[in-house]
Design a protein around this ligand. Structure first.
Ligand SMILES: NC(=O)c1ccc[n+]([C@@H]2O[C@H](COP(=O)([O-])OP(=O)(O)OC[C@H]3O[C@@H](n4cnc5c(N)ncnc54)[C@H](OP(=O)(O)O)[C@@H]3O)[C@@H](O)[C@H]2O)c1
Length: 220
């Protein structure tokens, strides 16, 4: 089996943290490079973390080199504070990384988008997600795999009361979230990460968009 290298953006986040665990445990990956705006409290023989300025990713171009790029970056409108700041994290940074990674020969790019993503959406958040999907899909990777999760659950350090209430309500309503509504069921961060790593390993190629209810509970 040929080993591969992974570049992970967003390793300090909920989905990114699970992605990191899985990549480090996976013999397919001989090296895992993470880029973040702050140090990562983690050490592992396969892991190299770099603190970078995401507004100047071109300065870190030599670090953005791997077979597979996993992008789990993202923020919320509340945390970002403005539409411009939100767009930086959810569009500018993932696209800048994709541009450099493609130029450096990366083969696959995996992006965590969101349920409802669409360039024509009237909801700003969904529109930005649609635009980032479209922009990244245009780069010359062998495979671009976009996951569109519903509300993401898991052990978050930071309290997000709104998300917790929504998750509770959606879980309580899960018996009605069937058929076409199934995609609204909350999904565990680890399930998303497992699906990302499994897809990267199986290398289906092309542009693949995976809706929340298509993300397999057991990806391997
Ligand atoms: N949460 C949900 O229910 C939900 C639902 C659907 C889709 N999504 C999408 O799924 C993806 C992953 O979500 P998540 O809940 O795992 O995210 P998360 O836990 O909030 O993690 C986000 C990651 O992005 C990084 N980040 C945020 N702002 C940054 C900035 N200004 N500069 C550099 N890095 C920055 C964070 O770094 P720091 O640790 O340094 O902040 C962290 O590593 C995101 O794209 C999100 O939009 C989320």
């Amino acid at each position: 089996m040929n080993t591969r290298t992974a570049l992970l953006l967003g390793a300090t986040g909920l989905v990114g943290g699970h992605c990191l665990d899985l990549l480090l445990a996976d013999a397919t990956y001989e090296a895992v490079v993470t880029l973040g705006r702050r140090p990562l409290r983690r050490s592992h023989p396969k892991l190299t973390h770099h603190v970078v300025d995401f507004d100047r990713l071109a300065d870190a171009a030599s670090l953005i080199e791997a077979h597979d790029v996993f992008c789990c970056l993202g923020t919320t409108m509340k945390k970002a504070g403005s539409k411009e700041a939100f767009r930086k994290v959810d569009f500018d940074y993932p696209v800048a990384a994709a541009r450099i990674a493609a130029a450096n020969g990366a083969e696959q790019y995996l992006l965590v988008s969101a349920l409802g993503a669409g360039t024509r959406s009237r909801i700003f958040y969904n529109r930005v997600k649609g635009e980032v999907e479209q922009a990244i899909g245009a780069f010359a990777f062998d495979g671009v795999y976009v996951l569109r999760p519903s509300l993401i659950t898991g052990d978050r350090e930071e309290a997000r009361a709104g998300e917790q209430v929504s998750a509770w309500v959606l879980k309580a309503l899960s018996f009605v979230l069937r058929g076409p509504l199934r995609k609204y069921r909350p999904i565990e961060a680890r399930t998303i990460a497992r699906a990302m790593v499994a897809m990267a390993r199986s290398q289906p190629g092309g542009l693949r968009v995976i809706e929340s209810d298509q993300i397999p509970a057991e990806a391997e």
